[in-house]
Design a binder for this molecule. Structure first.
Ligand code: DAK
Length: 258
């Protein structure tokens, strides 16, 4: 289907979704979040897709939820519509890996969207922030929870309370992003990372994602046990035999997702 606020391209097993509202610095409105949720669902169902990439433009990943759209809403509107709740679940429940490619502003809902992805690669131009406090509200897409887990209480609290932006270098130092690359090389680096993931066993990739995410939801001992069971379960796959056999034979593994 043709989308109006995003673009979607599937190439070489990677689904690249770009937020595309350049006049509003990719501010997330209802239409865009619905299209994004649909695109993620479609990529999840598309057997050709083995990894997703979510990107914005050079100037902005996304400058937040659309303040102009939100400013018209009442409590009853946002409560009964469950503003963005359903759309956010599409990303949260996706079992394929999603990489966020962040250049420019990733603010408010934009920062939260990037944090919902599995990891963030940032351009040296990236700026992260949770400036909802300046609008008289609090973050609503998980920012107080996820940013705190990424960067710790002190930095998260400062960013949420003052609205201060964090540059790419500070974001890498604080563990918010996996690495920073020159803006001109951002998409090349992200697509190379995505490509590497597509070459692995999709079963093992899914298990890694599930296990790392588990660490946010459970105690250490339960998480370690869950990981051990997943590791053991991998021995029921052909890909485990292929991967280890290929290592022993000194050849490239040919994974078949079986
Ligand atoms: N919403 C709507 N339009 C935006 C926007 C936004 N968040 N950010 C930028 N724009 C628009 C500007 O209005 C401007 O449009 P025109 O005036 O040209 O029509 C255009 O994009 C270019 O922006 P600027 O002229 O301001 O560009 P600058 O380079 O001077 O400044 C900036 C860039 C990013 C520093 C500035 O635009 C800015 O401060 N933007 C707002 C950032 C912000 O406050 N973001 C947080 C929004 S609140 C929830 C889920 C999510 C949320 C809440 C609830 N539930 C599930 C319940 C999330 C809330 C938020 O994200």
């Amino acid at each position: 289907m043709a989308f109006k606020t995003i673009t979607v391209d599937v190439d070489d097993h990677v689904c690249l979704i770009r937020l595309n509202r350049p006049d509003a610095l990719n501010a997330l409105n209802t239409a865009m979040l619905r299209e994004l949720a649909q695109a993620v669902d479609e990529a999840e169902r598309n057997e050709r897709v083995r990894c997703l990439v979510l990107a914005g433009s050079e100037k902005a990943f996304a400058a937040g939820a659309d303040v102009k759209e939100m400013s018209e809403k009442s409590f009853v509107d946002v409560f009964t519509e469950d503003l963005f709740g359903r759309e956010a679940h599409a990303l949260e429940r996706c079992r394929k890996p999603i990489i966020a490619a962040v250049a420019g502003y990733a603010l408010g809902g934009g920062c939260e969207l990037a944090m919902m992805c599995d990891f963030i690669i940032a351009a040296d131009t990236a700026k992260f922030g949770q400036p909802e406090i300046n609008l008289g509200v609090v973050a609503g897409l998980g920012g107080t929870q996820r940013l705190t887990r990424f960067v710790g209480k002190s930095k998260a609290m400062e960013m949420h309370l003052t609205g201060r932006f964090m540059d790419a270098e500070e974001a890498e130092r604080s563990g918010l992003v996996s690495r920073v690359v020159p803006a001109k090389k951002l998409m090349e680096e992200v697509m190379t990372a995505a490509q590497k993931i597509t070459e692995k066993s999709a079963v093992a990739v899914m298990a890694v994602k599930e296990s790392v995410n588990r660490s946010y939801e459970t105690t250490l001992s339960e998480g370690v046990l869950h990981e051990r069971r997943l590791f053991q379960a991998m021995f029921a796959t052909e890909d485990q035999a292929e991967g280890m056999g290929a290592f022993v034979d000194k050849r490239e593994a040919q994974f078949r997702d079986r």
